[in-house]
Design a protein around this ligand. Structure first.
Ligand code: NI
Length: 194
């Protein structure tokens, strides 16, 4: 009897995992185009107000992270930097590389500017207040939470690491997961920009 109930417990767990994976995949299939992305309102690292409309007519390559990130963000932005350097000037002019901070308390505009332009001179850092940041995270299905164990000034932020390519109409086109190589990212970008 006991054995039987443990088998059912295992089946129940597998069903839950299956549903969770299925829901996650749905985000990226067909319908995903409607469910990832959307309006956002923030300031860029020069203090100008920006929304998704600011970039209308250009492609957007969007990454969410924070400048104090010890390794994940530098790795992803390093890949992005190399891929962007592989684009022709004409291709690059069609693309807006954006870094949206998930740590608006510490990533003030001047901090962001120094950070992102070190990876790419045309990259723009975007920062919102807590509400605007949460709205952008929600729209892009980004996970980002302060890790436990830090204090007010010294903390890390656990966050998802995904590059989103949005079309000139602002709609989701493709994502590039963490670990995508620079050549693969470059090939993916070229495919769409031409
Ligand atoms: Ni990071």
């Amino acid at each position: 009897m006991k054995k039987k109930s443990s088998i059912w417990a295992v089946i129940a767990i597998l069903v839950v995992i299956g549903v969770a994976v299925g829901a996650r995949l749905m985000v990226w299939s067909g319908d995903g185009q409607a469910t990832v992305g959307g309006p956002f309102a923030m300031a860029d690292h020069n203090g100008r107000a920006v929304t998704e409309k600011t970039f209308a007519g250009r492609w957007m390559l969007i990454y969410f992270g924070y400048t104090y990130c010890p390794d994940v963000c530098p790795t992803a932005l390093g890949v992005m930097s190399v891929a962007l350097d592989g684009l022709s000037p004409a291709e690059r002019a069609k693309l807006a590389p954006l870094f949206i901070t998930v740590d608006p308390d510490r990533d003030r505009p001047e901090v962001l500017k120094d950070y992102v332009t070190a990876f790419a001179p045309d990259m723009l850092g975007l920062v919102g207040n807590a509400e605007q940041t949460d709205a952008a995270k929600k729209a892009f299905k980004v996970y980002a939470e302060k890790a436990k164990g830090g204090d007010q000034e010294n903390y890390t932020v656990d966050h998802s690491s995904i590059l989103y390519l949005m079309g000139p109409d602002g709609k989701f086109v493709q994502h590039f997961p963490h670990g995508t190589s620079a050549p693969d990212l470059l090939a993916g970008l070229k495919k769409h920009l031409n």
